[in-house]
Design a protein around this ligand. Structure first.
Ligand code: PNW
Length: 487
């Protein structure tokens, strides 16, 4: 990859949208208030599994800072606030006969949505950002069980019914890859199931079905009156061949991307089924080890239902991995992929072990998506970076946003990628899952030692609001890196 520098200038097409994101468990707090029941992350943190035994019980306490936080969003001049709804506030006891809807939960999100609209901010709502009701995990087996699908669809129905008059952008799931691999394979995330051989694939299968059912439910029952859009958010690293001219490295990078993004994107935005290379590799290894088939199959009706079951692709994009082929007998995800991932020691690191600064990779993966899925409509639903101290003078993070957004600009302007909007991650320093309060992604610092959780704007908040106001870069004196050759 040849990298050169150029002035960081140019603006996005008219109508390009900007936003800022959070998710319920990461910012709300109020973990046991107003009828909310426990979810799998409450259990995970109460079991002491997060860094430093941190919990999200209070987090940034957004639940009690509703008006204040909407004003923080407003200061950024963005079009969208992306947030998630907490299932356990809406249907606290899904497995009980009554399965009642909790009015206090409905009221809270009504207040939030109304406050946003009053301030000219559009709600961009994630239905499921990882906080599965604990009863569905403990009594049914969570996403390892197809029984959860109906529960999910019913929950989504309640949301469309109550909020769909005002919410016009829905995301069914945030990052099925993280849910199924880190939650049900590697056990790094809740519900910490460590079974990489069958469970991640079953989880993925159930999530895809729940997604498709929900999409069609919306089209059937709500679209005519509500006229909204339903998408899904997927995450992926840009998968770059370690040796760019080496054919087997290129094939390995392609395979890694099919096993990562393609796992969920191909059924929805491609053929209606899993990628061929994924089916082939999983089968090959199952046979060799005389295992039962592991990747579940879709019948024709299910494929039809899946194909085209989203109005847009939400993309969470942070970093790049270098990929080379690596034959291993390790079975399951990710051993089935037969690749080794690494990082260039020259890449700048961050406050997160997995996150390396590779702005050119953002542009590269957007071009991969354009080619692979017929230039599908994309919203960037997350992009951002951590440091560990949450410093207010966060020039390192400003540089990250500048370079990534500049590469997005090139993808849109020069390459014709169909990206309609960019939503930065995230509004506040959050509870960052297994890393606790340790990794700071916020544009606003939160003082976690202060019972009032004082918020203070970082330099990045001002910088981002300027980009939003200018719809790109005007008179930005800094240089941006530009990658000249995409191999
Ligand atoms: C996303 N990885 O998670 C989530 O959607 C957010 O809730 C989270 O705060 C944000 O990214 C930053 O971590 C990811 O290991 C977690 O590749 C881990 C990975 C990717 C995304």
């Amino acid at each position: 990859v040849k990298v050169t520098s150029e002035p960081c200038n140019g603006t996005f097409p008219d109508g390009f949208k900007w936003g800022i994101a959070t998710s319920a468990y990461q910012v709300e707090g109020a973990w046991n208030e107003s009828g909310k029941s426990r979810h799998i992350w409450d259990k995970y943190t109460h079991d002491g599994l997060a860094y430093n035994h941190d919990r999200g019980d209070k987090a940034g306490d957004s639940y009690h800072h509703l008006e204040e936080d909407v004003q923080l969003v407003k200061k950024l001049h963005v079009n969208y606030y992306r947030f998630s709804i907490s299932w356990t506030r809406i249907i606290p006891h899904p497995t009980k006969q009554s399965k009642g809807v909790n009015n206090a939960g409905i009221d809270y999100y009504n207040r939030l949505i109304n406050e946003l609209i009053k301030n000219d901010i559009e709600p961009f709502v994630t239905i499921y950002h990882w906080d599965l009701p604990l009863s569905l995990q403990e009594e049914l087996g969570g996403w390892n069980s197809s029984d959860v699908i109906d529960h999910y669809v019913r929950y989504a129905d309640v949301l469309f019914n109550n909020f769909g008059d005002r919410v016009k952008h829905w995301l069914t799931f945030n990052e099925p890859w993280v849910i199924c691999w880190m939650g049900y394979g590697s056990a790094e995330y809740a519900p910490s199931v460590k079974e990489p051989i069958f469970t991640p694939y079953r989880c993925g299968h159930n999530i895809l079905k729940a997604h498709a059912e929900t999409y069609h439910l919306y089209k059937r029952k709500y679209f005519k009156t509500q006229q909204g859009k339903v998408g899904i958010t997927l995450n992926t690293d840009n998968m770059h061949p370690k040796e760019e001219k080496n054919a087997s490295h290129k094939a390995a990078a392609e395979r890694a991307q099919q096993f990562n993004l393609g796992w969920f994107a191909n059924p929805i935005f491609g053929t209606g089924d899993y990628p061929e290379v994924m089916k082939e590799y999983i089968m090959k290894k199952s046979r060799k080890l005389k295992l039962l088939p592991r990747l579940p199959t879709f019948n024709d009706e299910e494929k039809q239902k899946l194909k085209g079951s989203a109005d847009f692709l939400g993309l969470n994009q942070y970093t790049t991995s270098l990929v080379e082929p690596y034959t291993t007998d390790v079975i399951g995800y990710p051993g089935d992929v037969d690749v080794k991932l690494s990082h260039d020691p020259k890449w700048k690191t961050s406050g997160s072990t997995w996150l390396f600064v590779t702005p050119w990779g953002f542009r590269e993966v957007l071009n991969w998506i354009k080619r692979e899925y017929n230039n599908v409509r994309v919203y960037i639903t997350e992009n951002g970076i951590t440091d560990n101290n949450g410093t207010l003078n966060d020039v390192f993070r400003v540089r990250y946003y500048r370079e990534y957004i500049h590469n997005l600009l090139r993808a849109v302007r020069d390459d014709g990628c169909n990206v309609q909007g960019y939503i930065a991650w995230c509004l506040l320093d959050t509870f960052e899952w297994s890393s606790g309060n340790h990794e700071k992604f916020g544009l606003y610092q939160v003082d976690f030692s202060d019972p009032n959780r004082k918020r203070t704007a970082k330099k990045s908040a001002g910088y981002y609001s300027r980009i939003v106001r200018d719809n790109g870069f005007k008179n930005d004196e800094e240089l941006c890196t530009r990658e000249k050759e995409v191999s």
